[in-house]
Design a protein around this ligand. Structure first.
Ligand SMILES: Cc1cc2nc3c(=O)[nH]c(=O)nc-3n(C[C@H](O)[C@H](O)[C@H](O)COP(=O)(O)OP(=O)(O)OC[C@H]3O[C@@H](n4cnc5c(N)ncnc54)[C@H](O)[C@@H]3O)c2cc1C
Length: 471
């Protein structure tokens, strides 16, 4: 048994040590209580303090997950599902202690149905490995949160999305069905492989985005897509953020089939140039990608350039070369680390608002004014084709005053987005960090969420303290 200086000592349930002993007998070395391992399984990436679990179990199958849940339910012990721990809102913390259920060993592709464009995978499979597996099939899985390591189960649980969402959708659109273990140990399958179904309540999409609070996902059936015949990347520089946003809105309104449209502000471009050896002008910049037949992709590029120039774009270049494209997108995906590197000694609070695309320019303009008035440094990047952007609010770790300032800024930004009929989180989820904002955003609907939680997990053992606090 670990000593518990790091878990929420006085609220640890009485049966915890018995539960851990029983699981130790069953899982042997795959139950770990070593302090370093427990710390690695708490939140490590953001301002939210890590709250490690009391033990980590490395599960290998749905059956083993049911066994862990069975013991936890018997003793009322919290279970925190864990994929790769790349979530950003304290999702994997253990505020009441308990058992972290690490699914990273469940990383097999179980079935590939190339003719139906779908596959079934275990929940712990990293998304990068899925695309490596698919490399020679002519298919790919498009949802791409910044990290290759993010697992399919973690991504389903946070309803993740990324740079390609403007064309291929989020996890909501790309999960066909799931297998999950509920809090009472029942194993459910939420659907088959049919592309549509009207069979009863939509449990697939209840679990997608439930952040480990309603069930533990063990298998996921995913939609795949054909690798496009032609892919062209492009970079466009603008005099102002407003002109980059107006170009985005015009291109989306026109139904131009963009596969990616990402905004990077001059601060991010400066950091990216340094980190990735690029030589882009330090201007508000759009990174773009077009998919299709060679003729269709080229036509889209030409139309986009026309729109961009009419909005004042000062530069536009495109490339088909794969190595060049990869370099560009790696630079975009590394933006968070790049910004941290460019401001040594600072850490970042990553905001995540999303508004209707027609309100994007207005929301970003007001946010720029707010950043300047607050005296903050907060470079902006965004999946702007979806109206989603992140202000990366820099502050010194351990400086409570600065943290309070960036938190106040983040709250103003979120309420601004909500007032524009948007959301406080386009893709990262609620976790511990945005519970208050969820309440502001969804009001009475949160009590309906709480009713669903109570029905499916009456003892509240699944990832407690996330999404909302129980009444
Ligand atoms: C540099 C960087 C860039 C990022 N960019 C993006 C982005 O563009 N878009 C985006 O959406 N996110 C982004 N993220 C956030 C993160 O990658 C996603 O939230 C991702 O979906 C988390 O996957 P994971 O496997 O690490 O899950 P974890 O962090 O391990 O878990 C996330 C949540 O899901 C639960 N969970 C995990 N596995 C299961 C399971 N099998 N069953 C039930 N619950 C489970 C956990 O309890 C937790 O609540 C970024 C993060 C970083 C560090």
């Amino acid at each position: 048994m670990p000593s518990d200086p790091m878990s929420a000592g006085n609220s640890v349930p009485e049966g915890l040590s018995t539960a851990i002993s029983l699981l130790k007998q069953r899982f042997g070395e795959r139950l770990v209580t070593n302090e370093d391992v427990r710390r690695q399984h708490a939140n490590t990436l953001t301002w939210i303090e890590g709250e490690p679990p009391d033990a980590v179990v490395l599960a290998g199958s749905t059956q083993e997950v049911t066994e862990v849940v069975g013991v936890a339910a018997r003793f009322g012990v919290p279970i925190i599902p864990f994929g790769a721990g790349t979530s950003l809102e304290g999702h994997v913390n253990a505020p009441r202690g308990g058992i972290c259920l690490d699914l990273s060993r469940m990383d097999n592709v179980l079935r590939l149905n190339a003719e139906d464009l779908d596959c079934t995978v275990e929940a712990g499979l990293p998304r990068g490995r899925l695309n490596t597996y698919l490399r020679d099939t002519g298919l790919f899985f498009p949802v791409d949160p910044g990290t290759e390591e993010a697992t399919i189960g973690g991504m389903a649980s946070t309803r993740a999305s990324g740079t390609t969402t403007v064309r291929y959708g989020t996890m909501r659109e790309n999960v066909i069905s799931l297998k999950a273990v509920l809090a009472d140990g029942r194993v459910i399958e939420t659907g088959g492989r049919a592309r549509k179904s009207a069979a009863g309540y939509d449990l697939t999409h209840l679990l997608v985005g439930s952040e480990g609070t309603l069930g533990i996902i063990t298998e996921v059936t995913l939609r795949l897509h054909g690798v496009p015949e032609c892919i062209i990347a492009a970079v466009a520089g603008f005099p102002t953020l407003a002109s980059a946003c107006d170009t985005t809105m015009a291109a989306i309104a026109m139904g131009l089939g963009l596969a990616r449209i990402e905004l990077l502000d001059p601060l991010v471009i400066g950091a990216v140039n340094k980190h990735a050896g690029l030589t882009l002008d330090p201007l508000p910049t759009l990174f773009l990608e077009f998919h299709g037949t060679p003729a269709a992709a080229r036509e889209q590029v030409a139309t986009f350039e026309e729109i961009a120039r009419s909005e004042g774009a000062t530069s536009f270049s495109s490339a088909v070369d794969e190595a060049e494209r990869k370099r560009l997108w790696k630079a975009r995906h590394d933006a968070l680390w790049t910004v941290r590197e460019a401001w040594p000694g600072r850490t970042v609070l990553v905001t995540d608002v999303c508004v209707p695309v027609s309100r994007l320019a207005e929301c970003i303009a007001e946010t720029e004014i707010d950043i300047a008035a607050s005296g903050l440094t907060a470079p902006i990047v965004g999946h702007v084709g979806d109206g989603n952007f992140h202000a990366l609010a820099l502050h010194r770790p351990g400086d409570a005053e600065e943290l309070a300032k960036v938190l106040a800024f983040a709250e103003r930004l979120a309420t601004r987005a909500i007032a524009m009929e948007g959301t406080c989180t386009g893709e990262h989820g609620i976790g511990q960090g945005k519970k208050r904002l969820l309440q502001i955003e969804r009001g009475e609907a949160v009590s309906t969420m709480a009713s669903i939680k109570s029905a499916l997990d009456p003892m509240g053992i699944l990832n407690p303290g996330k999404v909302f606090d129980r009444p």
